[in-house]
Ligand binder design. Sequence first.
Ligand code: PGA
Length: 244
Amino acid sequence: MAELRRLIAGNWKMNGLMADGLARAKALRTRALRTKRPLPDIALCPPATLLAAVGKVLAGSPIALGAQDCHQAEKGAHTGDIAAPMLAELGCRHVIVGHSERRANHGESDAQVRAKAEAALRCGLIPIVCVGESAEQRRAGQHLSVIGGQVERSLPSAATPETVVVAYEPVWAIGTGLTPTPQDIEEAHKHLRTTLDAPIRLLYGGSANAANAKTLLATPGVDGLLVGGASLDADAFWKMVLAA
Ligand code: PGA
């Protein structure tokens, strides 16, 4: 299979006010424009309140803008939600859908996640569809069937390598400092790869940081990283970009 272009995506989650976010985006823009090294694809997913301002900072740089969620409807009576065309209008290129925090805190189902991913595709956004097992499911040896099922039910049917990204994020690894072994990640990615019928990029996410990025990225089947906590530190995030 041809090598897929790597993607390092930073998910800032619900962190940072304007000054903070702009400083981080400017620091990364400067590094991206100065480096002579070949870069992977890079995306920053700030909170919705910072999208427009961060997008202005990133314009003309190799760093893409991404959002953390979208609604499945194009418009309508959905107080507090954001529609995919609104994100596209702001210059977003990516949107995370089905993050385990949304699945847990907002009760999002696989069917809803698929509808969101399809809404993203309709306006040219690349959905980053997240899947991952809980600690109990792993203990019970159900992790492969859980993530395989999530991918089958959450992915749009028209997924292609250019239009959709999948992130494997074990719930127990997110924000805990715990990561699966490289063998466990390889096993999960291999399983996802056989479940998907197109060579979609498969990111790993969950306590990825500057210290473990090289190992994670050297794991067979890993096409990039979805980074939470460590993406709030421009230096750490940039090290991870260079590791790719
Ligand atoms: P973390 O989060 O890197 O802080 O574990 C990853 C994610 O939730 O995308």
